[in-house]
Write a protein that binds this ligand. Structure first.
Ligand code: AMP
Ligand code: MG
Length: 397
């Protein structure tokens, strides 16, 4: 049995990086940058008006109300090319370029146009309603680094600086394979001693969330010959094979034996973790294999702690750690002997902005119904009790 931290280290050390490819901007969300993103121009690219109104010399408006001669118009995409002189104003729209010689924009609401003149009722300060060239970012500056995960809020920058195509890490091909004589398909009515396959659809969705291209394979029974055949076949066509079930010590727990007989390299098979003690990390040729416990909560916890990280590293992500934090425990939690516990909690924020972690009254590692309400896992180190009111470390889900 190895500590969680060591298991994380082993997964890191044995996960390679896939090649890179080009993704079109509209398909780049959730992909991992394999190139730095640099501003190819100043933003804004010109001194830009933030308002509809009049471009003026601020000094001309000092003794407002004042009357200025309208000498032109600057609208977005169609700027006025002249140079503003004393006593003049240019009609200007939001997003338009500020004419040379102007130092402020006075908003339309405090003006009145009358023939070739405009009355400015309030004085304008220098720079008012103008965003100057390069104020947001200057040409040549680094915006995002290789290794960052593209999210929705980054798309505008990628678009504005001309990244129609972006170099990203390739998406890992992941096969998900659930094993167990008692497991039946979701669309089947289970016999009294059977249960529906909740692991395959769950792990599929999780793997997709972290960028994988997933194939869900048919359920395999607890039979050594079949297991070997299907594991071999699945591994041959994927970068990562996620198995569930059959990794414990029962008579029909044959996954490890199948991996051994196939000649897989087994990196570890037991982690000091609750839930999720039996978990095999192995490699068969170039395919990483994660054989997760069958219990649905254990399968998800081990996925999040180990498989998630590996999928991100395959794509070249620089930050592969789960986001962690601290919260005040609402109830006393007793840790396990010799295993670190990662238990589901619900988070809330009290008036004093303190994060509170409320543990579930839950039925253990098979209780996926309770788990569905969890926001985070609270970490209770082995042989430790954390009492209500004390701070505990959490990882966000
Ligand atoms: P095992 O790891 O094979 O010992 O299974 C542990 C528990 O998880 C048993 O109660 C199984 O019935 C259950 N289980 C195994 N595989 C699945 C699955 N694909 N979907 C839902 N529950 C499962
Ligand atoms: Mg089983």
């Amino acid at each position: 049995m190895i500590p969680v931290s060591q298991a994380i280290e082993i997964v890191k050390q044995n996960t390679p990086r896939l090649k890179t490819e080009t993704a079109a901007l509209e398909f780049a969300c959730q992909r991992i940058l394999a190139q730095p993103i640099i501003a190819d121009m100043d933003m804004p690219p010109f001194n830009r008006s933030q308002m509809d109104g009049y471009a003026v010399k601020a000094s001309d408006t000092k003794n407002a109300p004042v009357r200025l001669r309208i000498v032109g118009e600057s609208s977005a995409g169609k700027s006025w090319s002249g140079k503003l002189k004393v006593g003049e104003a240019v009609r200007i729209m939001t997003g338009a370029a500020l004419p040379e010689g102007a130092s402020a924009v006075q908003k339309l609401e405090v003006t009145s146009e009358n023939g070739e003149f405009v009355e400015i009722f309030e004085s304008a300060n220098k720079g008012q309603n103008i965003i100057s060239k390069g104020a947001e970012i200057e040409q040549g500056k680094l915006i995002f680094s290789a290794g960052e995960i593209v999210n929705a809020s980054m798309i505008a920058s990628l678009a504005a600086f001309g990244y129609a195509n972006i170099l990203v890490g390739m998406r890992p091909k992941v096969a998900v394979l659930s094993t167990g004589n008692e497991i039946v398909n979701v669309n089947q009515l289970p016999l009294p001693d059977q249960i529906r396959n909740s692991n395959t659809p769950t792990l599929r969705v999780y793997a997709e969330q972290y960028g994988a291209i997933v194939e869900s394979l048919p359920i395999i029974g607890d039979e050594l010959g079949q297991l070997k055949e299907h594991i071999k076949e699945a591994a041959a066509k994927s970068d990562v094979l996620v198995l569930t079930g059959g990794v414990s010590v029962g008579k029909y727990d044959l996954t490890k034996l199948a991996l051994n007989e196939l000649g897989a390299t087994i990196y570890f098979e037991k982690i000091a973790l609750r839930p999720g003690k039996p978990m095999v990390f192995a490699r068969l040729h170039n395919t990483l294999i994660f054989a997760l416990p069958g219990n649905p909560v254990s399968a998800v916890v081990t996925f999040l702690l180990f498989v998630r990280m590996s999928l991100l590293q395959l794509q070249g992500a620089s930050d592969i750690k789960l986001k962690s934090g601290a919260a005040v425990l609402a109830k006393t939690l007793k840790g396990a002997r010799e295993r670190d516990s990662y238990l589901p909690v619900r988070l809330s924020i009290e008036d004093d902005a303190q994060l509170i972690a409320e543990p579930f009254k839950w039925g253990g590692s098979s209780d996926f119904v309770s788990f569905a309400k969890a926001d985070a896992l609270v970490i209770i180190p082995q042989n430790t009790t954390i009492v209500a009111g004390k701070i505990a470390k959490i990882v966000f889900l």
